[in-house]
Structures are given as structure tokens and as C-alpha cells.
Design a protein around this ligand. Structure first.
Ligand code: NAD
Ligand code: ZN
Length: 342
């Protein structure tokens, strides 16, 4: 089968013929239909320091996908050929304290599809049945292909109560943008999102942000005045991984404000703890998605009409993957989806 392989320890990915994956007794074999390119895939493509110390070579990469069940292992009775499914990208151990307690997103031994084990940028992928998510009939397959990052957005956005609250999102990457309709669905009042990239700020406006702010030309104190806010944002969603974005968030929270942190800083990030202490802020780290409460929430919000379509800005055939990665690298994109159906 064809697959995008990190075949050499250098910049790039290589379209190669590789053996079809093996299907164990607890596994589901899926014919991949569409895949999303994640920022993680771009790190792997660029072969930065993180990728060099994390990614085994050679390996099929990719973890955001939708596909059709082709066959199942002997122990699998819940999935059937023809069903449209995605998969949770974190394979958990099932044996640690958190796994045993049903808190699988807190597993201490998480293995990442397309990061630590064979990925989804391929014609077929085999995953454990405990990782398969069955989509409802009629799901938009492009949207289904980005459930993994949508799940990051939902997990973060719903970490704290949003009803009636003013929400600040730092970072209008695909995940920050997807968080906008989620917090609005959850009842937020003002939803302000920041970035330095005008293309993405425009997308954020299309997705319903109250204000999409370029922090190079406008500061958040002025934004608060413009919106008639007096005491700061109630909920912060840090989705940039950028230190100055995080600091401006800390400076613009109300007393007792709550911050969910998804963005991954490139290294240690300093913070003025006095502001956290005296303003009694709550900080919560977010990793991945809750298994499977987040997946349930995603499905239900889409069923209720939440529209993610505008966030998908680029579509390519998988053989044109280089163009997809170029779009990702330019930053002039929302989600980039590759088609594997033909
Ligand atoms: P992205 O890199 O596409 O988006 C980040 C955005 O932040 C970019 O648009 C960038 O222009 C913007 N930005 C840069 N400087 C800024 C500043 N000073 N103020 C405001 N915005 C600024 O990433 P994404 O795919 O949308 O993911 C969001 C973040 O979440 C990334 O840091 C990513 O690594 C991280 N992530 C974490 C998890 C997890 O499980 N914790 C999972 C996926 C992604
Ligand atoms: Zn575990």
C-alpha cells in the first residue's frame, strides 16, 4: 500500500510502498479516506529538535483521519465492515492507576499514533478496537477527519464553565479557531481571540469571534474597554504556546479567572506567580481528549448544527502532500485535508 513515510532522518516525507498493517485479534483494519495534517506532522516534516528525539525512522506518520472499517480481529464484535470511523490518537496502557479508574486520558504510558507507532497517512491503518470512534451516519467526512484536533479544542474549551462568561483565546491556529463555536455553543458572552496572523484572524471572524485581535496593533486592555468589560476575562484558553500571549492572558484575567493551557511552549516558560496567587487564578494543563466524553461531546455538538467547515481551507490528493505541507508552513491556512479515496 502507499504511505507517507518518515524514511530518512532529515527534512521531508516520502511517498512509499509499504506492507499493509497486521491486524491483531483486538484490532480494527480501516481503509483511510481522508486525513488532516497536524502541527505535529509539520514538526516531523521539518525534522526539528523535538522530532529528532521523538520519531523512530522509518515510520508511517499521521494521526488525524477518517476511514471505513474493512475487517476486524477475532475478539472484535462492536465494529463491522463498511462503518465510517476515526480513531483516538492516544493508545493507552489499560493497566496504570488512571486507566484502571476509567481516566484513560491521564494514562502514564500513552503511545501516539503516527508519533510512536505506525500512523494514518496510508491507505490502511490497524488500531486497537478500544481506540475506534464510530461516526453517526451522514457525518461530513472532512469534518470527521479532524476529530482529533477538534477534540483538543473541545477538551480545552469545556475544561471550565463558559455560560455567560467572557472568554479569551490566545492563538488563532486551527485549534483556537475551532474553540470559538464550542464556547459559544456552551453559552459564552464575549469570545475574544488573538493572533499575529491576519489570515487566521479573518477565519476566526468567520467562525463567530466577538473580536479577533492582532496583538501587534492592539492590546487586550483596550479590547476590554471596547467591549465594556471592567474586571477581565473569566476563562482563558491558551492555544498558541507563545510566552507573550500567555503573559498577556495572565494580565487580562479577572480575579478568580480560570485558564486551560493547550499550547505547547518550545521550552521552559517563565511566569509571574504573584499574579496567579494574588488574583487567585486557576491553571489547568490539557493533553489530548477525554476518552470518550470529549468524542461524545464533539459528535453531539455537530449534530446540533455546530459548523466546523470554514476551518478547512485546503484540500489536496495525498500524492500532492508537498503542497499541503507548504500551506501548513506558510501559516496561510486553517486545516489542510488530504484525500485518500482515489
Ligand atoms: P498553530 O501553531 O497552528 O497555532 C498557534 C497560533 O498561535 C498561530 O496561528 C500563531 O500565529 C499564534 N501566535 C503566535 N504568537 C502569538 C501571540 N503572541 N499571540 C497570539 N497568538 C500567537 O497550532 P494549532 O494546531 O492550532 O495548535 C495550538 C497549540 O496547541 C500549539 O501550540 C500546539 O502545539 C498545541 N497542541 C497541544 C495539544 C495537547 O494535547 N496539549 C494537542 C495539539 C496541539
Ligand atoms: Zn494507562
Amino acid at each position: 500500500m502507499k504511505a507517507l513515510v518518515k524514511a530518512h532522518a532529515e527534512r521531508g516525507l516520502w511517498l512509499q510502498d509499504v506492507p499493509e498493517p497486521e491486524v491483531g485479534i483486538n484490532d480494527v483494519l480501516i481503509k483511510v479516506r481522508k486525513t488532516g495534517i497536524c502541527g505535529t506532522d509539520l514538526h516531523i516534516y521539518k525534522w526539528d529538535a523535538w522530532a529528532q528525539k521523538t520519531i523512530p525512522v522509518p515510520m508511517v506518520v499521521g494521526h488525524e483521519f477518517v476511514g471505513e472499517v474493512v475487517s476486524v480481529g477475532a475478539n472484535v464484535s462492536d465494529f463491522h465492515p463498511g462503518e465510517i470511523v476515526s480513531a483516538e490518537g492516544h493508545v493507552v496502557c489499560g493497566r496504570c492507576r488512571n486507566c484502571l479508574a476509567g481516566r484513560r486520558h491521564l494514562c502514564k504510558d500513552t503511545v501516539g499514533i503516527g508519533v510512536n507507532r505506525t500512523g494514518a497517512f496510508a491507505e490502511y491503518i490497524s488500531v486497537p478496537m478500544t481506540n475506534v470512534w464510530h461516526h453517526r451516519e451522514g457525518v461530513d467526512e472532512e469534518v470527521a477527519s479532524i476529530f482529533d484536533p477538534f477534540g483538543n479544542a473541545v477538551h480545552t474549551a469545556l475544561a471550565f464553565e463558559c455560560l455567560g462568561e467572557d472568554v479569551l483565546i490566545t492563538g488563532a491556529g486551527p485549534i483556537g479557531i475551532m474553540a470559538i463555536p464550542v464556547v459559544k455553543h456552551a453559552g459564552a458572552r464575549h469570545v475574544v481571540i488573538t493572533d499575529v496572523n491576519e489570515y487566521r484572524l479573518d477565519l476566526a471572524r468567520q467562525m463567530g469571534a466577538t473580536l479577533a485581535v492582532n496583538v501587534q496593533t492592539q492590546n487586550l486592555a483596550d479590547v476590554q474597554k471596547q467591549l465594556g468589560m471592567k474586571e477581565g476575562f473569566d476563562v482563558g484558553l491558551e492555544m498558541s504556546g507563545n510566552a507573550s500571549a500567555f503573559h498577556s492572558m495572565i494580565d487580562n484575567m479577572c480575579h478568580g479567572g480560570k485558564i486551560a493551557m493547550l499550547g505547547i511552549p518550545s521550552g521552559p516558560m517563565a511566569i509571574d506567580w504573584n499574579k496567579v496567587i494574588f488574583n487567585m487564578l486557576t491553571l489547568k494543563g490539557i493533553y489530548g481528549r477525554e476518552m470518550y466524553e470529549t468524542w461524545y461531546q464533539m459528535s453531539v455538538m455537530l449534530e446540533c448544527g455546530l459548523n466546523l467547515k470554514p476551518v478547512i481551507t485546503h484540500r489536496f490528493h495525498y500524492t500532492d502532500f508537498e503542497q499541503g505541507f507548504a500551506a501548513m508552513e506558510s501559516g496561510h491556512c486553517g486545516k489542510v485535508v488530504l484525500d485518500w479515496t482515489t
